[in-house]
Design a protein around this ligand. Structure first.
Ligand code: ASP
Length: 315
């Protein structure tokens, strides 16, 4: 059994709107995709377990009074280390069979950091955070192995990232000469007990993408965005459409300029910038009060969040 995402046109938006549960809030995602064929119960349980572990990693930070930024990084690291998800180990492969990873973090205070075409850092999201915290730059492309280790991060060989499942996926794509490639991505948003918000996103991009292609995930305002007092958003889907629609910033702008509540901002942005343009994807978001909105117009989306009954995982 394997997971196979077929490219499918966008559908009606599905939305989960969760009122604030406590003084912190968190949502994680493991990618929006097409129809999933042959998802065995065993495999589905493994995806659910991975999402639950990532959620717990972030939640325990927030429950201990930690920051939204620490929480989203903890959740994303967990998913980067899980070979089932398209980020870090097990990320989608480029057309040449290599791994090029993109990641970004942003907090509500306006600090942001991103990396693209990262090939050495075991956890690109932590490297993106270092870019942010060092403050000299915001966005690094193809960071060297030397820089990764100099900044205190673990560097690994390409072989660490590449799994047989992804090699089989690439072969299927190339044999079928699919024009529209398969995708995935991981991300998290949080609101901490102090009212701070943050977002983080990490991805291997589209399976079979050209080397050097960068999607929306590391582009601030496209796939990742946070604004204090307003919202934090992490996206997944057809990156080019999210870049053209500046989707995560568009949601924040609708809230700020039109005074929309988060669910209305999310649904109108998805309708105008994705569905109307025949693009599919999804996102997790949290507003300044801790209201969580998860939405997608793709056939599926992997996500985890909490409602009044406890943990909800979407697979
Ligand atoms: N948005 C990612 C990209 O375009 C892929 C995905 O989320 O599925 O690189």
């Amino acid at each position: 059994m394997h997971v196979e995402e077929s490219v499918a046109p966008p559908r009606q938006t599905r939305i989960w709107d969760i009122p604030p549960q406590r003084d912190f809030a968190l949502a994680v995602h493991g990618g929006a995709g097409g129809r999933i064929l042959e998802l065995s119960q065993e495999k589905q349980a493994a995806f659910e377990a991975g999402l639950a572990r990532a959620y717990e990693a972030g939640r325990s930070v927030l429950a201990a009074g930690g920051s939204a930024l620490d929480a989203v990084c903890a959740a994303v690291v967990e998913l980067e280390n899980d070979h089932l998800f398209n980020a870090g180990r097990g990320a989608a492969l480029t057309a040449e069979g290599s791994v090029e990873l993109d990641a970004a973090v942003m907090d509500g205070a306006g600090a942001a950091g991103a990396v693209a075409a990262s090939r050495h850092a075991k956890n690109p999201v932590l490297l993106a955070r270092s870019v942010m915290e060092r403050g000299q730059h915001l966005f690094l492309v193809s960071p060297s192995e030397g820089l990764v280790t100099e900044w205190g991060h673990q560097a690994v060989a390409q072989a660490y990232f590449i799994t047989e499942a992804r090699q089989r996926q690439l072969a299927r794509i190339q044999n079928a000469r699919l024009v529209a490639p398969r995708h995935g991505t991981v991300g998290a948003v949080a609101r901490d007990a102090g009212g701070g918000v943050a977002a983080a996103t990490s991805t291997g991009g589209m399976a079979g993408q050209n080397c050097g292609r960068v999607g929306d995930s590391p582009i601030i305002g496209a796939g990742t965005y946070a604004r204090g007092g307003v919202v934090a958003v992490s996206c997944t889907g057809e990156g080019e459409a999210f870049i053209r629609g500046v989707v995560s910033h568009d949601i924040a702008a609708r809230m700020r300029y039109l005074g929309l509540a988060l669910p209305e901002a999310v649904t109108t942005t998805i309708a105008d910038e994705l569905t109307a343009k025949n693009a599919s994807g999804g996102l997790v978001s949290v507003d300044a009060d801790g209201r969580v909105v998860v939405a997608h117009n793709s056939p599926t989306m992997f996500a985890a969040f909490e409602d009044h009954d406890g943990l909800v995982t979407l697979t």
